[in-house]
Ligand binder design. Sequence first.
Ligand code: ADP
Length: 514
Amino acid sequence: MSAVRIMPKAGGSSRRSLGIPDMSHPLQSEHVFRLLVESTTDYAIFLLTPDGRVASWNRGAERIKQYKAEEIVGKHFSIFYPPEDLVNGKPEMELRIAADTGRFEDDGWRLRKDGSRFWANVVISAVRDDDGTLLGFGKITRDVTDRREAELRYRLLVEGVSDYAIYSLDKNGNVTSWNSGAARIKGYPGEEIIGKHFSLFYTREDIEARIPEKILETAAATGHYEGEGWRVRKDGSKFWSSVVVNPLRDQDGELVGFSKITRDVTDRKKLLDTIQKHAEELELRIAEREQTYAELEAFSYSVSHDLRAPLRAIEGFTDIVLTDFGKQLPGEATEYLQQVLQATGRMNRLVQDLLTYSRLSRIDFQPGPTKLVKAVDEACAQIDEHLRDKVAVSVDPTLRVSAHLSTLAQILLNLINNGLKFYPPGKTPHVEVRAHRDDHNILVSVRDEGIGIAAQHQERIFQVFERLHTADTYPGTGIGLAIVKRGITRMGGTVRVESAPGKGSTFYICLPAA
Ligand code: ADP
């Protein structure tokens, strides 16, 4: 066991000045205290005489400095110092400061017995008796080589980062460290900027608005600041920066400064600005187009509406002429009048479809939970009686969609009627309506075995007046699928077709499930 060879004077007064409690409890006896010091291995704890000779030695000292007690006690402590410190008289200077101020602390290189160096954290305290006479010094040394290496590695890492400006400020905002990224991004070399206030990087307007101070205040108060803004380089040019500021506090929680990470994100900002500009232009154009559409729709609505009265007159009077004077008319005239009636019928359907189509854009309907089967039933009720049995429906009555009932019924009717209409002459039509749940949606299909649609036409048939046949082959207005598309879109759904000529067609409607 290494021993404390010299205690600075035995007795109560020296114990007190060393902070050793003089009490009778066994754990507080001088002996126990001595054991504690001696057995400590993480710290070299030893005493020096007033002139700097080693007076005691513990296990930590033996472990860290490699000397045994009998080898070192009595030797001058300057033996632990590297030559450059001896030249400068550092050991004596440390004792002098400790004697004058009571304490000296330092981080620096020290030597082991084998001459190797370790990075030490050293605290020297003066030990005095009650009269103030200097009895010697207490010295605690820690080997913090690992910590220093970790700090060095960390510093090198930070230093080497060139994409980010990483630097620190004291609590007043003066620059205290500066990495290569900071030099690159901001244009100042470290030696020029260290000590200067960081508001140098801000625009005049930001300085006038006290932005730099506000950023530090926010970081100190909330523990973090994050933001973007224009900053100024040394050459006066500006860059758009993304900044993170964190407060640095000591172990007592006292604010000692700030760490700052800044990135130059000018390219991203430029891109976002361009996108924003395009988006605004697009919105403007859409607004203009919507206005035009609205005007056109209002126009078509009023025209269609106004056409109905004269149409009814033509139809009514032609009917009267045929009924009341039919017998007096030559056969040819009767035939012409029949054609007039057919034409008015077609025009009536056209006007009706146009009105439905424009109403779909004008009315403000809110889709709500709707039983799908109800819409299918409503549609089937409007199918020509002699064709009704050509439609097979297989829909689970519990399925509910988010829709507007009468609009959905109209849409299904249009699809079913098309399925019943576009058949090769002589073939019996057959249409199937099915539905199933697909995740959050309901998928409704209307399938026929008719003439089919070539791939290149499958898009355009959803536009107004787009027809693939003459009215003589297949009558129609060319508005049915436009109504389908607009109605479904307004209810938040989608519609598409799968088809091939001669193979029939399947129209799929996808609506949100309710
Ligand atoms: P309409 O039925 O009044 O002609 P639509 O807008 O309903 O108008 O349909 C547009 C065109 O799409 C039709 O003229 C037809 O050429 C084609 N089409 C629609 N449905 C089918 C179908 N089930 N099978 C084959 N072609 C179809």
